[in-house]
Design a protein around this ligand. Sequence first.
Ligand code: SF4
Ligand code: ZN
Length: 292
Amino acid sequence: MYFRANEGSHYCGSCLSGQVERNFLKEISRNPLTKDDVVAVGVSGGKDSMVLLHLMDKLAKKTRTRLIAITIDEGIEGYRDKSIDAVKVFVEKLGIGHRIVSFKNELDFSIDDMGKKTFLERHPSGKTCTYCGVFRRKLLNKAAREAGATRLAVGHNLDDEAQSVLMNVVRGDTVRMKRLGGQKGKEGLIPRIKPLKNVPEKEIVAYAIINNIPYFDGECPNSFNNVRRDVQTVVNDLEAKYPGTKNQIVKFYGKIRIEDKPGVIGRCVKCGEPSSKDVCRACELLEKAKNL
Ligand code: SF4
Ligand code: ZN
């Protein structure tokens, strides 16, 4: 089986698998796993997180590291419920413990509720993603910490990383830009790792097909009009015209130093989660969303 991974380059199935695995191991080896580690893997059921879980499982068997899969259920009917079904089947096959954390249970609020409250008519759908992303990050970190995790692995690929760098440029957001480099393990924040950050999306899809990794291929109904989608189009156009652009954007990020005031991480007075302000961003947004 041959795959076209980049413009002008083709791989046979096993070469491509080897390449993805080498890339994954190289990134992980920056801070090797041990038997004392507990890795929480954020698994949504999409291709990236399912490939990540497969690779982490292979590695964890060698290093005797404990894994736990965590899925955040934002409450998006017809989308997240289906992807969760795919995760359930896969974790059972791999024999990995799985915890599902829902917005509804934790926040008494789901992303679908936002639509019902005519939120979407008042705000562009891009705003929905802002709320969703902040809540998801908070709950994922909380669940990982509660599971005793020493690291939190997420399935961001090369395309995601390049888009995130550019999105922060578009927003002029140096704080988030700095955070992209990794979350430090302080004050209840579990250190985040992104073992697939140098693997292009196309290679992840091919890897999943070659290795029979199941995944849910649907698209969130709210994703049609967010900033990421626009940035994705720009980055893909540039990559088509100037192959290697995605790699260069990520490399560029690795070379720059971002100066900003180091935020002191304390605890949110409302929910007790890590925050650099008295009230964390999630509690701030939740209050807003409930009053709409
Ligand atoms: Fe949440 Fe937006 Fe992603 Fe949908 S596209 S899961 S609303 S962040
Ligand atoms: Zn809070």
